[in-house]
Design a protein around this ligand. Structure first.
Ligand code: AMP
Ligand code: MG
Length: 281
């Protein structure tokens, strides 16, 4: 594995100081293998991820309250769903707390924007996954003026406080922004319109949103600049190559889980004595 990476994904993809306008969405930062190597590695590293996640789950069952939360952001077709299927799909579903955030329901609209987010946070020992998140409230809400400017302006600080709280309570945040080019998005939307098995992923509004691309780029830049913190950094993943994005997120999750320094929980019984007892039973 090491021979394929010039530097760990967790370093190569850190967003600190990155300008989205300069981003090459077809790049594979840190990785020097080709698609074939990447795909093979994805299977192999998926197994490693599953092992690390099982350790987190096992510790959770023994009372460890820590968790890891993957926050996925990206424009339509950026590959958020594919990450959930192909990366999260490699781990034990029992240990996953998944939540997708769409247009707020009538009930959600009655509450503070973090209300629905708090309700979906991962339990101790779980790997949480947010397909879109509280960041929509400074993305779509900002781009379309869904709330007055002073409201969305205040949300950056609110988000930073909220995330600090999460980290303090034992949640490791892995914030990932996936970026595809405008052309790549067009190709993926075209496929959604040409293949009946993909119709379900398409909304006519996706085409209208393309007209707001520069405004979204600006809103994404503001997120990186204002909510990329030491305790909850952003990782920017070029996502024109799906295999690369999936492999990169796999590596980010492995690094986050390993950062918890987990061991298998010790037995609360005497295994040797239990074995002897078993043999006699
Ligand atoms: P999808 O991820 O394709 O299912 O689409 C979900 C849609 O919900 C996207 O168009 C998002 O922009 C929209 N959405 C998510 N969160 C919010 C929010 N807080 N306010 C308004 N729209 C949202
Ligand atoms: Mg969509």
């Amino acid at each position: 594995m090491a021979e394929y990476w010039n530097e760990p994904a967790s370093r190569a993809l850190r967003a600190d100081g990155l300008r989205i306008a300069d981003l090459d969405t077809s790049a594979r930062p840190g990785f020097r293998g080709d698609k074939q190597a990447g795909k093979r590695l994805l299977t192999e590293r998926g197994r490693v991820l599953a092992g690390e996640q099982e350790k987190l789950y096992a510790n959770g069952r023994s009372g460890d309250r820590r968790s890891v939360l993957l926050v996925l952001q990206g424009m339509d077709t950026a590959g958020k769903g594919g990450i959930v299927r192909h990366v999260i799909g490699s781990v034990d579903p029992q240990g996953v707390d998944h939540a997708a955030f769409g247009v707020p329901t009538e009930e959600e609209k009655q509450h503070h924007f973090l209300w629905r987010i708090r309700r979906a946070l991962p339990r101790g020992g779980q790997l949480g996954v947010f397909d879109r998140s509280h960041y929509e409230d400074v993305l779509v809400a900002r781009v379309h003026g869904l709330v007055p400017e002073e409201v969305w302006q205040g949300r950056y600080a609110e988000i930073n406080r909220f995330e600090q709280e999460l980290v303090d309570s034992g949640t490791t945040l892995v914030k990932v922004a996936l970026f595809v080019s405008l052309d790549e998005q067009k190709a993926r939307l075209r496929q959604r319109l040409q293949r009946p098995e993909k119709y379900w992923k398409f909304s006519p509004g996706d085409i209208d949103e393309r007209g707001y691309w520069p405004a979204y780029q600006e809103a994404y830049q503001a997120i990186l600049d204002r909510t990329g913190t030491e305790h909850a950094p952003w990782y920017v993943v070029p996502a024109d190559a799906k295999w690369y994005a999936r492999l990169a997120v796999t590596e980010l999750l492995i690094a986050a889980l390993r950062g918890l320094d987990l061991n298998w929980p010790a037995a609360t019984f005497d295994p040797a004595a239990e074995l002897r007892r078993l043999e006699r039973a």
